[in-house]
Every structure is written in structure tokens, then in C-alpha cells.
Design a protein around this ligand. Structure first.
Ligand SMILES: NC(=O)C1=CN([C@@H]2O[C@H](COP(=O)(O)OP(=O)(O)OC[C@H]3O[C@@H](n4cnc5c(N)ncnc54)[C@H](O)[C@@H]3O)[C@@H](O)[C@H]2O)C=CC1
Ligand SMILES: CC(=O)C(=O)O
Ligand SMILES: [Mg+2]
Length: 580
């Protein structure tokens, strides 16, 4: 729409900082023009942290413009609102928080142990921006900040993660931003730097012990569902022991999933299935030998999910499939007779065929296991050295190497290193995106894969919200993973990509969501009447994920995805200027 306000009016409003006039002025401008102005500002900032702060402010004042930019410029913006920059923002969170939003606009909901008696009231009273009384939250991402990316215990500074993940729910899967709820639990921190920082925003106490921690989480979950009975809960970046325990406790009775265990498992299964196709002339699918460097929530979560490849896709017995997996932790190869007490989550994969020998260094383990795939989830930046990559390339015509730790400084190797030391033969995916690599000899440009759960959780969450099963099952997660693997276009396959281009993430998320809905209906868990109408009785047609019914389902999903251009003008729920 053309601007109907004169320049002189604009100048006088600028001079007088007349926000009302300015908001009126912006209300009249086209989204394209506003976008141009905002992108010019954004690109003029020199550091990524400044860009993060600029974007946070934009989100907390002009939601539609923010999401228009994120959706249109996903490749440029995702690394600024998510990994790697969100890692820097979390490290600095207590120093920058007041400058991310105008006074009175919360970045997310903090719940501390002191809030225990009033949780329900606090949750009910929380007013996010944008806010609409008639729209209740559909999804929360909740952390306690105890293992933020590969950066360790950051306490309440971890808030950047729920905020960042929920932005991707909106950008990638069209969850209405008014229906997202970022939560950080403040149960203390063991991070001395934070405890000694006078600017630290959280409770200045050590982390609560389990006898205080678990009842608190219980009370939070109960209060959340008292206030919002249909809320989907995504557990994120809890330390591994708690992550596994919470999942075990809630997975069969609560509408929830753990992103680090299940979301990461699903995304890597999907990339692995595509990698297996690329090497099937050299390695029969059931002969893969998977070495996991890192045996925490992500390592074991991915290892468990990859078993589905052998069990569901290749009909292998679970005990035999399990033998295709080797775990390494900070003490070396995980074996039953290593002599230390193994954490619960490692026992399932602990080897008993090592004939009493223990293998400590990564190179020793590689020489012993002779893996076809090396998967890094250790947060140990650079540990896949030139020697390691070269050895993988000696053992395999096309070595599969996935340095998945975040952010980039924690990645076990870079794409460039993997390409150079494998003579360009590597099949690669990293947790945080790396730049493309240009072969200096041929000038050929190689595109790295990004194996990050951001390809899964938005679509999985959207599908679950639309189907409304009471719980998220392994089958729904497998359906999400398979849908992602299927989503590659012919062109992407010909470029040997493992994941679709991020620019297509909204349509990919719609396909994932539809596949999750079909599975929830097939299992008999879906409760949403529309989902049942669209799928029940048609499961035979829908199981091939094509044809008219499948396309109607995709259309239905897309019809439920919020888009910032729904109304080209700002309206007051989305634009803080008009509230001032
Ligand atoms: N790409 C993705 O989508 C995702 C990536 N991640 C990343 O995975 C990493 C690990 O996450 P969690 O498993 O939750 O953390 P964690 O801290 O529980 O696990 C780390 C594991 O690495 C092992 N480790 C540490 N130092 C080692 C060393 N020097 N040698 C061998 N092993 C060593 C530890 O023993 C532990 O088993 C993080 O960097 C996180 O950002 C996590 C979730 C999703
Ligand atoms: C990506 C993610 O969830 C993590 O690094 O923890
Ligand atoms: Mg995570």
C-alpha cells in the first residue's frame, strides 16, 4: 500500500520521537519497504551478536515484520537467531537481556524454585508479546539451562534456546507466535562464572539436588497442563541424566518429547538413510558400523533412533542391530568390563565383545571398530583431526562423518577440513551450518549438510498439534524422520545432499506434519476431529504419501500455518508501536 503520510510529517515525528505518529506511519507502509529498511539496518551491523540483538528487538516490537524477514531470508537469518549466534547470546544473556525488548515485554517465562507455591497463577498471568486473550499457547519449549548446546551449564542465560527454537516453530512450521511459550526453569547453576557475575539474572545458588529438582519439574508440568490442557511440551537442553529420566517419566502419560534425544535422533536417522543410498554400492545397508563419539543424551538418542534403520527398514533383530553401534565417551570405548560405573543410558550399548581390551584414544577405537560412519556428539571442538579424517578415508571409499556438536566452535571438525583430508570423498553433515567449500583445483562448489533437529521439531510439533494424540510415540517420530528423508527433490539428490535446502523448510515441515498426523491416526491416538475425518478410512491411500488425499492433507496443514502476510497491514496485536 502506498505511503499516504507526507515526509514532513515523518521528519517532525522523528524529531519529536513521536512514537504514535511513527507507528501510524509504519502502519501505512508496505511490508516490502519496511523489510528493506530493516535488512539494511541489520546488514550494517558488524558483529553477529549485534545482529541478534537487533532481530530480538524487532521481534519484540514488530512481529510480522520480523517473521517476514526470517521466512524470506532463512539462509541468512537462521544462523543469527539460532546456532551458532544463539550460543554467543546465551553466554552474554544476563548482560544483554534488557536490550532485547522494550520494558514490560518479556523474552520468555522464568520459573524459579521460589515460585513453587504460585506456579499456576504465574503461568496464567504471563503475557507474552504478541498476546491475544483468545489464543492459548499450543507449544512450550522448556529448559533448565543445564546443558546449553555444547556450552555447558549456563543457568537462566539458557533462555535464548527456548526463544530461538520457538522462533523456528513459527518461521518453519507456521505456529502462530501468540501460541508459543518459551520457559526457563531457574533451579540454580553450577557455573561459577555466572555465580560470580553481579549481572547474572538467575538465582545465586548451586543447582538443586534431585529430591528438589524432580518435584519442581512435576509441579511445573502439572501447572502448565492445568492452565493449558492441550499444550505440547518440548524438553530442551537438560543435562543428560535428567533428560533421559524426564523422558522416561513423562513419555507415556504426557504430551511431550525430548528434542535432544528424539528430535536429534530423527534428524540424523533421516540424513543417515540418505547417506546409506549414496554408498550402497560399496557398503550393503545392513553392514554399516556406526561409531558415536560422545555418549550423552544426543549420542545415545541418535544411536537408539538409528537402530530403527536396521530394525524397521531392514527387519533386523534388535540384538543384532545393536551390535552395529559402538559408543565412545570421555573414558574411551564404552564396554561392560571397563571398570567404571556406567551411567544408566550407556548400558544398553556397552560392548561385551572386546575380549577384555579397553580402547582409549579415538584413533585406537577407529582402528578396532573400522567404522563406516563417525558421528560426533561430544562438544569437543576439532577432535576429528586430520589423522582421524584421513584414517576414515582409508577405511572407506566414501566415509560418513557427522560432526554434530554445537555451536560451530564445538564441532568435531569443519566441512573444509573434512573435504581436504578425505580428498573430497566425505559424506558430511554438521550440527551448525558450515560454508560451502570450493575445490581450489576444479573450482567445484560442494554444499555441506546440516544435521540439526531444526529440520524435525517444527514439523513434528505441528503434526502433533493438529492430530492431538495424548502422547508422542516412537512411530510418530519415525514417521517424521522418514518424511524428512523423502523430502529431497531430484535436484537435491543429484547434488548428493542429505537434507533439503533450508529455504524449503516450510513445505518440508508441512510434509513432516502430515506424515505425523497419518501415523497418529493409524495408531488410533489422534483425537482431533478434522484429522480423523481427513485420514481415518483413507490410510491405505495415504500410506504412499502421494495422490489427491495426500495433497488435500498437505493443503489442510498449510492452511493452519500462520503467515506474517495474512494481513498486509500491521495490527495492534503484532505491532508494539501502536500500543505505545
Ligand atoms: N546437531 C544437533 O541437532 C544436536 C547437537 N547436539 C550437540 O551434541 C552435543 C552433546 O550433547 P549431549 O549429549 O546432550 O551432551 P553431554 O554433555 O551429555 O554428552 C557429551 C558426551 O561426550 C563425551 N565426551 C566429552 N568429552 C569427551 C572426550 N574428550 N572424548 C570422548 N568423549 C567425550 C561425554 O562423556 C558425553 O558422553 C552438544 O554439543 C550439543 O550441542 C545436541 C542435540 C542436537
Ligand atoms: C541443536 C540442539 O538442540 C542442541 O545443540 O542442543
Ligand atoms: Mg538442544
Amino acid at each position: 500500500m502506498p505511503n499516504s503520510i507526507t515526509n514532513s510529517r515523518f521528519l517532525s515525528s522523528e524529531a519529536g520521537i513521536d512514537l504514535l505518529a511513527r507507528s501510524h506511519f509504519l502502519n501505512q507502509e508496505t511490508m516490502d519497504l519496511q523489510k528493506k529498511r530493516a535488512l539494511t539496518q541489520l546488514r550494517s551491523k558488524s558483529s553477529n551478536l549485534d545482529k541478534y540483538m537487533f532481530l530480538a528487538w524487532l521481534r519484540n516490537t514488530n512481529v510480522k515484520l520480523f517473521y517476514r524477514i526470517v521466512i524470506d531470508e532463512l539462509e541468512e537469518i537462521t544462523p543469527l537467531i539460532y546456532t551458532p549466534t544463539v550460543g554467543t547470546a546465551c553466554l552474554e544473556y544476563s548482560h544483554i537481556a534488557p536490550f532485547l525488548a522494550p520494558p514490560g515485554v518479556p523474552d520468555g517465562l522464568f520459573l524459579s524454585l521460589n515460585d513453587l507455591p504460585h506456579l499456576t497463577q504465574i503461568i496464567r498471568d504471563y503475557r507474552p508479546f504478541p498476546f491475544d486473550e483468545s489464543l492459548t499457547p499450543q507449544i512450550t519449549v522448556i529448559t533448565d539451562g543445564s546443558r546449553i548446546l555444547g556450552l555447558g551449564d549456563l543457568g537462566v542465560n539458557g533462555m535464548g534456546i527456548p526463544v530461538g527454537k520457538l522462533q523456528l516453530y513459527t518461521a518453519a512450521a507456521g505456529i502462530d507466535p501468540r501460541r508459543t511459550l518459551p520457559i526457563t526453569l531457574d533451579t540454580g547453576t553450577n557455573n561459577e562464572k555466572n555465580l560470580n557475575d553481579e549481572l547474572y539474572l538467575g538465582s545465586r545458588r548451586k543447582r538443586a539436588e534431585d529430591d528438589e529438582f524432580y518435584p519442581f519439574v512435576d509441579a511445573v508440568i502439572k501447572s502448565l497442563h492445568d492452565v493449558y490442557p492441550n499444550l505440547l511440551i518440548q524438553f530442551e537442553d537438560f543435562s543428560s541424566e535428567h533428560a533421559f529420566d524426564l523422558l522416561e517419566k513423562y513419555r507415556d502419560n504426557t504430551f511431550c518429547f525430548n528434542d535432544d534425544i528424539q528430535g536429534t535422533g530423527a534428524v540424523i536417522l533421516s540424513g543417515f538413510m540418505n547417506a546409506v543410498h549414496l554408498v550402497e554400492n560399496d557398503v550393503p545397508p545392513t553392514e554399516h558400523r556406526l561409531l558415536f563419539f560422545g555418549a550423552g543424551s544426543a549420542g545415545v538418542g541418535v544411536a537408539k533412533q538409528l537402530l530403527d534403520f536396521f530394525i524397521r527398514e531392514h527387519d533386523m533383530d534388535e540384538e543384532i542391530a545393536k551390535k552395529r553401534v559402538w559408543l565412545v565417551d570421555s573414558r574411551g570405548l564404552v564396554t561392560k568390563d571397563r571398570g567404571d560405573k556406567l551411567a544408566k543410558h550407556k548400558i544398553y550399548f556397552a560392548r561385551d565383545d572386546n575380549e577384555g581390551k579397553q580402547y582409549k584414544s579415538l584413533m585406537d577405537v577407529i582402528n578396532y571398530v573400522k567404522p563406516t560412519a563417525l558421528i560426533g556428539l561430544s562438544s569437543q571442538g576439532g577432535v576429528f583431526s586430520a589423522n582421524v579424517i584421513e584414517r576414515m578415508a582409508e577405511l572407506n571409499k566414501r566415509p560418513i562423518i557427522f560432526p554434530l556438536s554445537n555451536p560451530s566452535v564445538n564441532a568435531e571438525c569443519t566441512f573444509e577440513q573434512a573435504m581436504i583430508h578425505s580428498n573430497n570423498r566425505v559424506i558430511f553433515a554438521s550440527g551448525t551450518g558450515f560454508p560451502r567449500y570450493t575445490d581450489p583445483q576444479t573450482g567445484k562448489v560442494h554444499v555441506p549438510g546440516q544435521g540439526n533437529n531444526m529440520y524435525i521439531f517444527p514439523g513434528l510439533g505441528l503434526g502433533a498439534i493438529l492430530a492431538r494424540p495424548p502422547i508422542i510415540t516412537d512411530r510418530q517420530i519415525f514417521a517424521a524422520s522418514s518424511a524428512l528423508a523423502r523430502s529431497l527433490t531430484d535436484e537435491e539428490r543429484s547434488q548428493e545432499l542429505l537434507y533439503p535446502s533450508i529455504t524449503r523448510i516450510r513445505s518440508v515441515s508441512a510434509e513432516i506434519a502430515a506424515a505425523v498426523m497419518v501415523e497418529a491416526v493409524r495408531e488410533g491416538f489422534a483425537r482431533d476431529p478434522e484429522a480423523l475425518k481427513l485420514c481415518r478410512g483413507h490410510l491405505n491411500e495415504l500410506k504412499n504419501f502421494k495422490g489427491p488425499r495426500w495433497h488435500s492433507l498437505i493443503k489442510y496443514v498449510q492452511g493452519h500455518m500462520w503467515d506474517p502476510n495474512t494481513n498486509d497491514l500491521m495490527d495492534e496485536n503484532y505491532f508494539l508501536g501502536s500500543r505505545i
